[in-house]
Design a protein around this ligand. Sequence first.
Ligand code: CUA
Length: 340
Amino acid sequence: MRRGSILQLILIGVGAGAIATAVAIFVPWLPTPASRQAGRIDFVYWFATVISLFIFAVVAAILIYAVINFRVKDPMDFSDGPPVHGHTTIEIIWTVVPAILVTAISVVSAIVLAQNSHAGSNPLVVRVFGQQFTWTFQYPNGKIFPILRLPIDRGVELEVTAKDVIHSFWVPQFGQKQDAVPGQVNSLVITPDRLGTYPVICTELCGLGHALMRSEAIVMKKADWNSWYRGTSQPAPQPSGGAGVSAGAAIFTQYGCVACHTFTPIPAATGKVGPSLDNLKASAAKAGQQLQDFIKQSIVDPNAYIAPGYQPNVMPQTFGSTIPRNQLDLLVEYLAQNTK
Ligand code: CUA
């Protein structure tokens, strides 16, 4: 091979490699990791990307060099080039080199996979429930919240499950997804290492409210998280109307009503999937029912009366069996007392 040809190949390869490298580096393909697991996944991503960039540069160099130098001069020449049979050295190279690279990628991936499923000796275990169309998080003290709060630098084991259909738990900055399947508990280990507020997204099509099935994961300083967690075991403040009201508000939050309905007495309830619950008296009158009966029917048999402008079969029809009798009564009473 002539010296000039080798120089030409190298120049084309370096140019193509530089362009591809710039695309890899300067386009923000992945969010900045906020957990150790995501950091490791990022490493695997770059490990495989660097190998791919090198192979791309070699292939692009040979391809472009061939297109330029072996172009047919006569536009009417449609004949094939001379056939080539076997070249042992090249065949050994293009078998051994990819075998080494693919083995390296799989070994690195296997190590990261094993590390990422290890929660350490004293993990914080949080149960994650997906349901149409909200997430709820239950802590070791039994309390349930619509937002996931985690202390920084502590191993967290999420036990992910679903109450109705299949959902999928995903925080992009944590780097991993886990399916939420009814009747099954799937584990997901996260060690948050960056303070901040990140979106919790459902990534499994689960119904009309799927795109709105979002929550937040807040990574807090250890001391802040500890005082928040200690505070949660004290009795909730009672705004007005005694224990029934705050218990009703807790049930409303626990069963995810906040995700789909707007209800002014609860600031977190700003959902737009279902009708607002601020004017239930007018709706009950329109449906020709007594207020409490109307509210109860709307929860346990949501298709019985559909608010104008809304679709049937959006609200889950399972609340009659999932909300215990006494809690259902408290919830109905709470809504009846606080609506207009
Ligand atoms: Cu839940 Cu999509």
